[in-house]
Design a protein around this ligand. Structure first.
Ligand SMILES: Nc1ncnc2c1ncn2[C@@H]1O[C@H](COP(=O)(O)OP(=O)(O)OP(=O)(O)O)[C@@H](O)[C@H]1O
Length: 270
């Protein structure tokens, strides 16, 4: 993997302007403006119920805004066939993982992503598909379990398989909704180091990582968006946005923040 991020100045992959998402009396998102360019790697932080998954569903072309404009990969939501757009966006989430049959062969979970299906049906895969799937499984450390049923994997293995699957169609945008959830310390550190590698890869897609924990921010991530009650508290370059003050406001309690070797830790300020 090359160590320099892609060239900047390209067209935005995500452009949101004045976005509201309203369900009944609830404002899930309010007045969100967000621009992501191809070389950027974003972390989205916020407490439970802040609207992070809703924001990712908008960015994944899985939802339309109630008000405002969402442009994805140069196309305006509402004026584009979302079924053409979705294969250009890689997404991992707990909801998607639940749709994978426990008996599905792990190698097929990755391979079948090129056809936007879960599980291998009667598709014919060419040598490029097979080579790419093998390479991704190697990169994500799951090649030795390719023959195993997905339902027999550990949580960490499942998370890595899902990311390999999301990368299979060579997406222009990768959205990771809480990939660190449920991992033990070693699993989390392994994930952070693999995401750090991916962040620095020249040809990697733009990336968005949703998390509750600053400890999961991979070094090499460039930007952050902090959400609270559906509204953006702060957004911009990581080092300017991830501060004790902004995090305290986002999570609603006084926090002390430390940064060592590009990694963050946070704790309650006493
Ligand atoms: N269809 C809906 N109707 C009403 N409220 C909804 C609906 N979908 C989600 N919500 C609410 O919107 C808020 C934001 O939900 P969302 O899942 O986006 O938050 P989140 O930041 O991802 O939360 P978590 O960190 O707990 O996963 C929550 O309070 C949720 O209960």
């Amino acid at each position: 993997m090359s160590s320099s991020p892609a060239v900047s100045g390209a067209e935005a992959v995500v452009e949101m302007r004045g976005v509201d998402v309203v369900r009944g009396q609830s404002h899930l998102l309010r007045g969100v403006d967000w621009t992501i360019t191809p070389e950027q790697r974003w972390v989205v932080l916020g407490p439970n119920g802040a609207g992070k998954t809703t924001l990712l569903q908008l960015a994944g072309a899985l939802m339309h805004p109630t008000r405002g404009e969402v442009q994805l990969l140069g196309e305006t939501m509402g004026a584009v066939d979302v079924f053409e757009l979705r294969p250009r966006i890689g997404l991992t989430s707990a909801a998607l993982a639940q749709r994978i049959e426990p008996g599905e062969r792990t190698g097929d979970v990755v391979l079948s992503a090129g056809y936007a299906i879960v599980g291998r049906a009667r598709e014919r895969y060419d040598i490029h598909d097979l080579t790419r799937a093998a390479l991704l499984m190697q990169q994500w450390g799951v090649q030795s379990i390719a023959h195993r049923a997905f339902g027999t994997l550990s949580e960490g293995e499942r998370k890595r398989v899902q990311i390999a699957r999301a990368l299979m169609p060579d997406p222009e945008l990768l959205l990771l909704d809480e990939p660190g959830a449920g991992l033990d310390l070693a699993g989390r550190e392994d994930l952070v180091s693999r995401l750090t590698d991916l962040a620095s890869y020249l040809y990697a897609p733009a990336q968005v990582l949703v998390t509750h924990h600053v400890e999961e921010i991979p070094p090499g991530y460039t930007h952050a968006l902090l959400l609270r009650e559906g509204a953006v508290v702060a957004s911009g370059p990581l080092s300017q946005v991830v501060t004790a003050e902004a995090l305290s406001e986002t999570f609603g309690l006084p926090l002390a923040l430390e940064r060592t070797d590009g990694r963050y830790t946070a704790r309650r300020r006493t």
